[in-house]
Design a protein around this ligand. Sequence first.
Ligand code: FCB
Length: 463
Amino acid sequence: MNALAGIRWGSATAAYQIEGAVDRGGRVPTIWDLFTAKPGTTTRGDTGADACRAYDNPEPMLDAIDWLGIDTYRLSVAWSRVISGPDGATNPEGIAYYRRVLQGLHDRGVTPAVTLYHWDLPQWLQERGGWASLETAAAFVHFAVTAVRELGDLVRDWITINEPFCAAFHGHLSGLHAPGIRDEAIALRAALVQLHAHGEAVRAIRAVAPGARLGLAMNLSDLEAASDSVEDLAALQRADLVENRLFLHTVLQGRLPDDAVDYFGADAVGAAVEGIDVARITERLDFIGINYYEHNVIRAADTDNDLVVRGIEKLPVPEPRSANGVAVRPDGFTRVLLRVAELAPELPIWVTENGIGLWDYLAPDGRCNDVERVTFIDQYLDALADAVSNGANVEAYYFWALTDNFEWSHGYQLRYGVFYTDYPTGRFIPKASAERFRARIADERNGATNRAKNTVRRDGAAA
Ligand code: FCB
Protein backbone atom coordinates (compact mmCIF):
# COMPACT_ATOMS: atom_id res chain seq x y z
CA MET A 1 0.00 0.00 0.00
CA ASN A 2 1.32 3.39 -0.89
CA ALA A 3 0.64 5.55 2.17
CA LEU A 4 0.81 8.80 0.22
CA ALA A 5 -1.43 7.86 -2.68
CA GLY A 6 -4.36 10.00 -1.51
CA ILE A 7 -2.45 13.14 -0.51
CA ARG A 8 -3.14 16.43 -2.28
CA TRP A 9 0.20 18.02 -3.19
CA GLY A 10 0.86 21.69 -2.96
CA SER A 11 3.26 24.51 -2.38
CA ALA A 12 2.86 27.78 -0.50
CA THR A 13 3.74 31.47 -0.34
CA ALA A 14 2.41 34.55 1.49
CA ALA A 15 1.43 38.02 0.26
CA TYR A 16 4.09 40.24 1.82
CA GLN A 17 6.81 37.76 0.92
CA ILE A 18 6.11 37.76 -2.84
CA GLU A 19 3.90 40.66 -3.97
CA GLY A 20 5.98 43.85 -3.73
CA ALA A 21 4.16 46.97 -4.99
CA VAL A 22 3.57 47.99 -1.40
CA ASP A 23 2.37 51.48 -2.27
CA ARG A 24 0.28 50.63 -5.29
CA GLY A 25 -3.17 49.27 -6.08
CA GLY A 26 -4.75 51.00 -3.09
CA ARG A 27 -2.75 48.94 -0.59
CA VAL A 28 -2.41 50.60 2.82
CA PRO A 29 0.78 50.36 4.94
CA THR A 30 1.27 47.34 7.20
CA ILE A 31 3.33 46.66 10.30
CA TRP A 32 5.94 44.95 8.12
CA ASP A 33 6.42 48.05 5.97
CA LEU A 34 7.17 50.09 9.08
CA PHE A 35 9.21 47.39 10.81
CA THR A 36 11.51 46.76 7.83
CA ALA A 37 12.07 50.50 7.46
CA LYS A 38 13.80 50.53 10.86
CA PRO A 39 17.57 49.90 10.73
CA GLY A 40 18.72 46.54 12.04
CA THR A 41 15.44 44.65 11.73
CA THR A 42 16.31 42.57 8.66
CA THR A 43 19.47 41.17 7.10
CA ARG A 44 21.04 43.82 4.86
CA GLY A 45 18.03 46.08 5.49
CA ASP A 46 15.91 44.10 3.00
CA THR A 47 12.21 44.91 2.77
CA GLY A 48 9.22 43.46 0.91
CA ALA A 49 8.91 46.60 -1.24
CA ASP A 50 9.62 44.64 -4.45
CA ALA A 51 9.90 40.97 -3.42
CA CYS A 52 9.03 38.63 -6.34
CA ARG A 53 6.94 41.33 -8.07
CA ALA A 54 3.95 39.03 -8.08
CA TYR A 55 1.53 41.95 -7.84
CA ASP A 56 2.77 43.53 -11.05
CA ASN A 57 2.80 40.25 -12.90
CA PRO A 58 1.50 37.02 -11.38
CA GLU A 59 1.97 35.03 -14.59
CA PRO A 60 5.56 33.78 -14.05
CA MET A 61 4.57 32.39 -10.66
CA LEU A 62 1.47 30.75 -12.13
CA ASP A 63 3.70 29.19 -14.77
CA ALA A 64 6.01 27.85 -12.05
CA ILE A 65 2.99 26.30 -10.32
CA ASP A 66 1.92 24.74 -13.59
CA TRP A 67 5.41 23.34 -14.22
CA LEU A 68 5.53 21.74 -10.78
CA GLY A 69 2.32 19.83 -11.37
CA ILE A 70 0.84 20.45 -7.93
CA ASP A 71 -2.85 19.96 -7.10
CA THR A 72 -3.18 22.95 -4.83
CA TYR A 73 -1.45 26.24 -4.09
CA ARG A 74 -1.56 28.07 -0.78
CA LEU A 75 -1.39 31.84 -1.00
CA SER A 76 -2.41 34.63 1.33
CA VAL A 77 -4.56 37.65 0.59
CA ALA A 78 -3.28 40.89 2.07
CA TRP A 79 -5.73 42.51 4.47
CA SER A 80 -4.09 45.81 3.42
CA ARG A 81 -5.15 45.27 -0.22
CA VAL A 82 -8.69 44.12 0.55
CA ILE A 83 -9.80 46.68 3.16
CA SER A 84 -8.99 50.34 2.53
CA GLY A 85 -8.89 51.58 6.11
CA PRO A 86 -10.83 52.15 9.33
CA ASP A 87 -14.14 52.66 7.51
CA GLY A 88 -13.91 49.03 6.38
CA ALA A 89 -14.47 49.83 2.70
CA THR A 90 -13.49 47.20 0.15
CA ASN A 91 -10.65 48.07 -2.24
CA PRO A 92 -11.78 46.96 -5.73
CA GLU A 93 -8.22 46.94 -7.12
CA GLY A 94 -7.10 44.49 -4.47
CA ILE A 95 -10.06 42.24 -5.14
CA ALA A 96 -9.44 42.38 -8.89
CA TYR A 97 -5.82 41.31 -8.36
CA TYR A 98 -6.71 38.29 -6.25
CA ARG A 99 -9.50 37.30 -8.63
CA ARG A 100 -6.98 37.32 -11.46
CA VAL A 101 -4.55 35.10 -9.52
CA LEU A 102 -7.29 32.71 -8.38
CA GLN A 103 -8.73 32.47 -11.88
CA GLY A 104 -5.20 31.80 -13.17
CA LEU A 105 -4.93 28.87 -10.77
CA HIS A 106 -8.28 27.42 -11.85
CA ASP A 107 -7.28 27.81 -15.51
CA ARG A 108 -4.31 25.55 -14.73
CA GLY A 109 -6.38 23.03 -12.82
CA VAL A 110 -4.90 24.05 -9.45
CA THR A 111 -7.11 24.44 -6.35
CA PRO A 112 -6.33 27.48 -4.22
CA ALA A 113 -6.13 27.46 -0.42
CA VAL A 114 -6.19 31.00 0.95
CA THR A 115 -4.68 32.26 4.18
CA LEU A 116 -6.37 35.36 5.53
CA TYR A 117 -3.74 36.51 8.02
CA HIS A 118 -0.11 35.84 7.24
CA TRP A 119 1.38 38.54 9.53
CA ASP A 120 0.70 41.66 7.46
CA LEU A 121 -1.46 43.66 9.87
CA PRO A 122 -2.59 47.03 8.50
CA GLN A 123 -0.69 49.74 10.35
CA TRP A 124 -3.89 51.66 11.16
CA LEU A 125 -4.90 48.71 13.33
CA GLN A 126 -1.51 48.60 15.04
CA GLU A 127 -2.02 52.23 15.97
CA ARG A 128 -5.21 51.23 17.75
CA GLY A 129 -3.50 48.52 19.77
CA GLY A 130 -2.84 45.79 17.17
CA TRP A 131 -3.32 42.22 18.32
CA ALA A 132 -3.49 43.36 21.95
CA SER A 133 -6.89 44.90 21.17
CA LEU A 134 -10.22 43.18 20.59
CA GLU A 135 -10.92 45.83 17.98
CA THR A 136 -8.39 44.05 15.76
CA ALA A 137 -10.30 40.78 16.14
CA ALA A 138 -13.54 42.50 15.11
CA ALA A 139 -11.78 44.10 12.13
CA PHE A 140 -10.37 40.69 11.18
CA VAL A 141 -13.83 39.17 11.11
CA HIS A 142 -15.02 41.98 8.83
CA PHE A 143 -12.00 41.45 6.55
CA ALA A 144 -12.52 37.67 6.51
CA VAL A 145 -16.19 37.94 5.60
CA THR A 146 -15.39 40.54 2.93
CA ALA A 147 -12.73 38.30 1.39
CA VAL A 148 -15.06 35.30 1.42
CA ARG A 149 -17.92 37.31 -0.13
CA GLU A 150 -15.68 38.73 -2.86
CA LEU A 151 -13.59 35.64 -3.62
CA GLY A 152 -15.68 32.74 -2.33
CA ASP A 153 -16.85 31.68 -5.80
CA LEU A 154 -13.17 30.93 -6.56
CA VAL A 155 -12.06 29.62 -3.15
CA ARG A 156 -13.42 26.85 -0.95
CA ASP A 157 -10.46 26.32 1.40
CA TRP A 158 -9.59 29.04 3.90
CA ILE A 159 -6.92 29.26 6.59
CA THR A 160 -7.82 31.95 9.11
CA ILE A 161 -4.44 32.69 10.71
CA ASN A 162 -0.91 31.54 10.00
CA GLU A 163 1.30 30.65 12.98
CA PRO A 164 -0.30 32.64 15.78
CA PHE A 165 2.72 31.64 17.92
CA CYS A 166 5.14 33.59 15.72
CA ALA A 167 2.85 36.58 15.30
CA ALA A 168 2.37 36.72 19.09
CA PHE A 169 5.76 35.80 20.51
CA HIS A 170 8.13 36.98 17.78
CA GLY A 171 6.03 40.06 17.09
CA HIS A 172 5.61 41.01 20.77
CA LEU A 173 8.29 39.29 22.86
CA SER A 174 11.51 38.44 21.01
CA GLY A 175 10.86 41.49 18.83
CA LEU A 176 12.32 39.67 15.82
CA HIS A 177 9.13 40.24 13.83
CA ALA A 178 6.82 43.20 13.32
CA PRO A 179 5.65 45.14 15.23
CA GLY A 180 8.87 44.56 17.18
CA ILE A 181 7.41 44.88 20.70
CA ARG A 182 9.18 43.15 23.64
CA ASP A 183 6.67 42.51 26.40
CA GLU A 184 5.54 39.09 27.59
CA ALA A 185 2.10 40.18 28.80
CA ILE A 186 1.36 41.84 25.45
CA ALA A 187 2.60 38.73 23.62
CA LEU A 188 0.25 36.50 25.62
CA ARG A 189 -2.65 38.89 25.00
CA ALA A 190 -1.80 38.91 21.26
CA ALA A 191 -1.89 35.11 21.26
CA LEU A 192 -5.35 35.00 22.83
CA VAL A 193 -6.79 37.80 20.72
CA GLN A 194 -5.64 35.99 17.56
CA LEU A 195 -7.18 32.71 18.70
CA HIS A 196 -10.39 34.55 19.58
CA ALA A 197 -10.35 36.23 16.13
CA HIS A 198 -9.91 32.79 14.56
CA GLY A 199 -12.95 31.33 16.34
CA GLU A 200 -15.12 34.36 15.56
CA ALA A 201 -14.03 34.33 11.91
CA VAL A 202 -14.84 30.63 11.53
CA ARG A 203 -18.41 31.22 12.75
CA ALA A 204 -18.84 34.34 10.60
CA ILE A 205 -17.48 32.64 7.46
CA ARG A 206 -19.71 29.59 7.95
CA ALA A 207 -22.71 31.93 8.13
CA VAL A 208 -21.97 33.44 4.71
CA ALA A 209 -20.33 30.41 3.02
CA PRO A 210 -21.65 27.14 4.44
CA GLY A 211 -19.64 25.12 1.92
CA ALA A 212 -16.28 26.63 2.92
CA ARG A 213 -13.60 24.35 4.39
CA LEU A 214 -11.94 26.09 7.31
CA GLY A 215 -8.86 25.66 9.43
CA LEU A 216 -5.86 27.54 10.79
CA ALA A 217 -2.14 26.92 10.40
CA MET A 218 -0.03 26.48 13.49
CA ASN A 219 3.67 25.80 13.73
CA LEU A 220 4.49 23.02 16.16
CA SER A 221 7.93 22.12 17.45
CA ASP A 222 9.21 18.65 18.25
CA LEU A 223 10.91 19.10 21.62
CA GLU A 224 13.07 16.82 23.69
CA ALA A 225 14.65 17.28 27.15
CA ALA A 226 18.44 17.32 27.40
CA SER A 227 18.24 14.85 30.30
CA ASP A 228 15.61 13.35 32.60
CA SER A 229 16.58 15.61 35.48
CA VAL A 230 13.61 17.30 37.14
CA GLU A 231 14.93 20.68 35.98
CA ASP A 232 15.28 19.73 32.33
CA LEU A 233 11.89 18.04 32.26
CA ALA A 234 10.32 21.17 33.74
CA ALA A 235 12.14 23.28 31.14
CA LEU A 236 10.75 21.01 28.42
CA GLN A 237 7.23 21.55 29.76
CA ARG A 238 7.68 25.33 29.72
CA ALA A 239 8.87 25.31 26.13
CA ASP A 240 6.10 22.93 25.11
CA LEU A 241 3.51 25.15 26.80
CA VAL A 242 4.57 28.33 25.02
CA GLU A 243 5.47 26.89 21.62
CA ASN A 244 2.84 24.17 21.26
CA ARG A 245 0.10 23.61 23.82
CA LEU A 246 -0.94 27.24 24.31
CA PHE A 247 -2.14 27.10 20.69
CA LEU A 248 -2.85 23.46 19.94
CA HIS A 249 -4.73 22.64 23.13
CA THR A 250 -6.57 25.93 23.37
CA VAL A 251 -7.86 25.61 19.80
CA LEU A 252 -8.84 21.97 20.15
CA GLN A 253 -10.01 21.91 23.77
CA GLY A 254 -11.35 25.41 24.39
CA ARG A 255 -9.38 26.05 27.56
CA LEU A 256 -5.89 27.18 28.40
CA PRO A 257 -3.42 24.49 29.45
CA ASP A 258 -3.35 24.09 33.24
CA ASP A 259 0.25 25.26 33.56
CA ALA A 260 -0.42 28.57 31.75
CA VAL A 261 -1.21 30.33 35.05
CA ASP A 262 1.89 28.89 36.76
CA TYR A 263 4.10 30.09 33.95
CA PHE A 264 2.63 33.44 32.94
CA GLY A 265 1.05 34.34 36.28
CA ALA A 266 -2.62 34.80 37.14
CA ASP A 267 -2.60 38.54 36.41
CA ALA A 268 -1.16 38.18 32.92
CA VAL A 269 -3.54 35.32 32.09
CA GLY A 270 -6.50 37.30 33.47
CA ALA A 271 -5.57 40.30 31.34
CA ALA A 272 -4.96 38.14 28.28
CA VAL A 273 -8.44 36.60 28.33
CA GLU A 274 -10.32 39.80 29.19
CA GLY A 275 -13.39 40.05 26.96
CA ILE A 276 -12.69 36.62 25.45
CA ASP A 277 -14.75 33.47 25.94
CA VAL A 278 -11.94 30.92 25.67
CA ALA A 279 -14.41 28.04 25.29
CA ARG A 280 -15.62 29.59 22.04
CA ILE A 281 -12.15 29.49 20.49
CA THR A 282 -12.88 25.84 19.86
CA GLU A 283 -15.10 25.78 16.83
CA ARG A 284 -15.63 22.88 14.44
CA LEU A 285 -12.81 22.85 11.89
CA ASP A 286 -12.60 21.03 8.59
CA PHE A 287 -8.86 20.54 8.97
CA ILE A 288 -5.96 21.60 11.12
CA GLY A 289 -2.97 23.08 9.33
CA ILE A 290 0.44 22.13 10.71
CA ASN A 291 3.64 23.96 9.76
CA TYR A 292 6.62 21.85 10.72
CA TYR A 293 10.19 23.12 10.88
CA GLU A 294 11.66 22.82 14.37
CA HIS A 295 13.18 20.10 16.52
CA ASN A 296 14.98 21.27 19.66
CA VAL A 297 16.69 19.81 22.70
CA ILE A 298 15.77 21.82 25.80
CA ARG A 299 17.86 22.30 28.92
CA ALA A 300 17.02 24.26 32.06
CA ALA A 301 18.93 27.54 32.34
CA ASP A 302 19.16 30.10 35.15
CA THR A 303 19.52 33.01 32.80
CA ASP A 304 16.98 33.78 30.14
CA ASN A 305 18.95 32.38 27.29
CA ASP A 306 16.02 31.90 24.93
CA LEU A 307 14.32 34.97 23.49
CA VAL A 308 10.83 33.60 24.06
CA VAL A 309 10.70 30.96 26.81
CA ARG A 310 12.04 31.81 30.26
CA GLY A 311 14.51 29.59 32.11
CA ILE A 312 15.47 27.38 29.20
CA GLU A 313 18.16 27.05 26.65
CA LYS A 314 18.12 25.24 23.35
CA LEU A 315 21.20 23.11 22.76
CA PRO A 316 23.27 23.72 19.64
CA VAL A 317 21.86 21.73 16.76
CA PRO A 318 24.13 19.09 15.25
CA GLU A 319 24.36 18.56 11.50
CA PRO A 320 22.51 18.12 9.27
CA ARG A 321 20.83 21.49 9.71
CA SER A 322 19.51 24.31 7.59
CA ALA A 323 21.51 27.42 6.77
CA ASN A 324 19.82 29.23 9.66
CA GLY A 325 20.58 26.43 12.12
CA VAL A 326 17.30 24.49 12.14
CA ALA A 327 17.70 20.76 12.71
CA VAL A 328 16.92 18.39 9.85
CA ARG A 329 14.84 15.88 11.80
CA PRO A 330 12.23 14.07 9.71
CA ASP A 331 11.49 11.83 12.72
CA GLY A 332 10.32 14.97 14.53
CA PHE A 333 7.89 15.62 11.68
CA THR A 334 6.41 12.14 12.11
CA ARG A 335 6.11 12.65 15.88
CA VAL A 336 4.38 16.02 15.57
CA LEU A 337 1.82 14.63 13.12
CA LEU A 338 1.12 11.65 15.36
CA ARG A 339 0.77 13.93 18.37
CA VAL A 340 -1.94 15.91 16.59
CA ALA A 341 -3.60 12.71 15.39
CA GLU A 342 -3.70 11.42 18.96
CA LEU A 343 -5.23 14.63 20.25
CA ALA A 344 -7.84 14.92 17.49
CA PRO A 345 -8.13 11.56 15.74
CA GLU A 346 -10.99 12.57 13.46
CA LEU A 347 -9.67 15.93 12.35
CA PRO A 348 -7.97 15.91 8.93
CA ILE A 349 -4.43 17.28 9.02
CA TRP A 350 -3.08 19.48 6.27
CA VAL A 351 0.65 20.05 6.37
CA THR A 352 0.38 23.71 5.44
CA GLU A 353 4.17 24.27 5.45
CA ASN A 354 7.36 22.26 5.55
CA GLY A 355 10.69 23.22 4.04
CA ILE A 356 14.32 24.20 4.57
CA GLY A 357 16.22 27.47 4.30
CA LEU A 358 19.54 27.34 2.45
CA TRP A 359 22.07 29.78 1.00
CA ASP A 360 21.20 28.73 -2.53
CA TYR A 361 23.05 30.16 -5.52
CA LEU A 362 23.14 29.73 -9.27
CA ALA A 363 26.16 27.83 -10.55
CA PRO A 364 28.01 29.11 -13.63
CA ASP A 365 25.85 26.81 -15.76
CA GLY A 366 22.80 28.76 -14.58
CA ARG A 367 21.40 25.93 -12.44
CA CYS A 368 20.78 25.64 -8.71
CA ASN A 369 21.74 22.22 -7.46
CA ASP A 370 20.25 22.29 -3.96
CA VAL A 371 21.19 18.75 -2.96
CA GLU A 372 20.29 19.30 0.71
CA ARG A 373 16.72 20.26 -0.22
CA VAL A 374 16.42 17.27 -2.55
CA THR A 375 17.43 14.97 0.30
CA PHE A 376 15.11 16.89 2.62
CA ILE A 377 12.13 16.26 0.32
CA ASP A 378 12.87 12.55 0.12
CA GLN A 379 13.33 12.18 3.86
CA TYR A 380 10.36 14.31 4.90
CA LEU A 381 7.98 12.64 2.48
CA ASP A 382 9.12 9.29 3.85
CA ALA A 383 8.47 10.67 7.35
CA LEU A 384 5.04 11.79 6.19
CA ALA A 385 4.36 8.28 4.92
CA ASP A 386 5.42 6.90 8.32
CA ALA A 387 2.95 9.19 10.07
CA VAL A 388 0.15 8.22 7.70
CA SER A 389 0.93 4.51 8.07
CA ASN A 390 0.71 4.95 11.83
CA GLY A 391 -2.68 6.58 11.73
CA ALA A 392 -2.25 10.30 11.00
CA ASN A 393 -5.13 11.47 8.83
CA VAL A 394 -3.11 13.70 6.49
CA GLU A 395 -4.99 15.04 3.48
CA ALA A 396 -2.60 17.59 2.03
CA TYR A 397 1.06 18.58 2.02
CA TYR A 398 2.30 22.04 1.02
CA PHE A 399 6.01 22.57 0.51
CA TRP A 400 7.32 25.93 1.69
CA ALA A 401 8.06 27.59 -0.60
CA LEU A 402 7.19 27.71 -4.25
CA THR A 403 9.80 30.39 -4.99
CA ASP A 404 12.50 32.09 -2.96
CA ASN A 405 10.97 35.18 -1.40
CA PHE A 406 11.27 37.80 1.34
CA GLU A 407 12.08 35.66 4.36
CA TRP A 408 11.06 38.14 7.09
CA SER A 409 14.01 39.13 9.31
CA HIS A 410 16.37 37.09 7.10
CA GLY A 411 15.50 39.16 4.04
CA TYR A 412 16.39 37.66 0.67
CA GLN A 413 19.60 35.84 1.62
CA LEU A 414 17.93 32.80 3.12
CA ARG A 415 16.13 30.90 0.37
CA TYR A 416 13.31 28.38 0.76
CA GLY A 417 11.94 28.00 -2.78
CA VAL A 418 11.99 24.99 -5.02
CA PHE A 419 12.28 27.70 -7.67
CA TYR A 420 15.27 30.00 -7.54
CA THR A 421 14.17 33.62 -7.74
CA ASP A 422 16.57 35.61 -9.87
CA TYR A 423 15.62 38.97 -8.38
CA PRO A 424 17.37 41.17 -10.99
CA THR A 425 15.50 39.56 -13.91
CA GLY A 426 12.39 38.35 -12.07
CA ARG A 427 12.86 34.85 -13.48
CA PHE A 428 11.99 31.70 -11.53
CA ILE A 429 14.42 28.88 -12.26
CA PRO A 430 13.53 25.35 -11.15
CA LYS A 431 16.12 24.06 -8.68
CA ALA A 432 17.05 20.37 -8.50
CA SER A 433 14.51 20.18 -5.66
CA ALA A 434 11.71 21.33 -7.99
CA GLU A 435 12.56 18.48 -10.32
CA ARG A 436 12.61 16.05 -7.41
CA PHE A 437 9.33 17.30 -5.91
CA ARG A 438 7.66 17.12 -9.31
CA ALA A 439 8.94 13.58 -9.85
CA ARG A 440 7.93 12.47 -6.34
CA ILE A 441 4.43 13.85 -6.80
CA ALA A 442 4.06 12.02 -10.09
CA ASP A 443 5.39 8.80 -8.53
CA GLU A 444 3.10 9.00 -5.52
CA ARG A 445 0.11 9.60 -7.77
CA ASN A 446 1.04 6.54 -9.76
CA GLY A 447 1.29 4.57 -6.56
CA ALA A 448 4.97 3.89 -7.09
CA THR A 449 6.69 2.37 -4.11
CA ASN A 450 10.29 2.77 -5.11
CA ARG A 451 11.60 5.70 -3.14
CA ALA A 452 14.96 6.39 -4.67
CA LYS A 453 17.02 8.14 -2.04
CA ASN A 454 19.83 10.54 -2.62
CA THR A 455 20.20 9.93 -6.29
CA VAL A 456 21.15 13.49 -6.98
CA ARG A 457 24.43 14.03 -8.68
CA ARG A 458 26.59 16.90 -7.44
CA ASP A 459 27.17 17.85 -11.06
CA GLY A 460 23.60 18.02 -12.15
CA ALA A 461 19.93 17.69 -11.53
CA ALA A 462 17.91 14.94 -9.98
CA ALA A 463 18.94 11.65 -11.53
C1 FCB B 1 7.12 30.11 8.58
C2 FCB B 1 6.28 31.21 7.94
C3 FCB B 1 6.55 31.39 6.47
C4 FCB B 1 8.02 31.25 6.15
C5 FCB B 1 8.57 29.97 6.73
C6 FCB B 1 10.02 29.71 6.39
O1 FCB B 1 7.27 30.38 9.94
O2 FCB B 1 4.92 30.92 8.11
O3 FCB B 1 6.04 32.62 6.06
O4 FCB B 1 8.70 32.34 6.61
O5 FCB B 1 8.42 29.99 8.11
